[in-house]
Design a protein. Sequence first.
Length: 291
Amino acid sequence: MNKFLYCPISPIQRQFGLYVTGAGHELTKPGEPYPHEYHSSDYHFTWRNGRALAEWEYQLLYIREGKGTIQFTRGKSIALGGGSVIILHPGEWHRYRPDPRTGWSEAYIGIGGEYLRHIVSKPFFPQSPTIIRIAPNGRFDHDLLALVNEIQTSGAEHPYTLALKTATLMASLCENPTAHHGKASHHVAIRKANLCIAHDLGKTIDFPALAAQLGMGYTLFRRCFRAYNGMAPLEYQIALRLRRAMHLLESSSVPIAQIAEETGFKSPAYFSKFFHDRTGLSPLRYRLSRK
């Protein structure tokens, strides 16, 4: 059964910075006319004219099963199938339709707000046209359909909670290991590397060996690490060591020599010089300035 809901947005909801504009799920059978005629004029389109969303609205469109095409530039078609996730951007002209031989099943959520603009940006998602391929019939499929149903039943009662749930669902795409965008599997490996570095700051880490443990060559590991963290692995480790040392100086009475050892500096003297070079203060003066 096809079902959809459009949600009027109040000025207060806009101030929240994240809001849901509508949600629905539809089944188009083979040979059935498309798009369906029952949509609001703000969303209905024809294949000839296409459409563009309002300047403040995105739409998360998911093809659950079946096949079809989408166009962002007239004449250039991109194939869609089960597991295709499309993020339609504000003001972006587009048109899409199922293959009349197969039809398709789709689900969608409209969402907007300033907070969303930060989510739907590099490096989290590829720029427009934003099409992500994931394994069909998986957790995302289940979570999206459940959220669409929840929006339709309680959108008026819980607009803020549902907007945050939609943002969380979109964030899950960044973490989906089957998503073919931004080398998501590499991002997972880098996050694991970050945890490994942070958990034992006093340890000398063999970064090539760590890369191998994570299934990556060292050159690729360094490139992905810098792209994700903004610095090389050793620089990242040193930055964490300094941050940890600053925290211990501020919040504890642990001797400076012990702090140097716990944070991986080879000697108290080296630690003091390094700390002074980075902060302009000796560890002792830094501790006293925070009392």
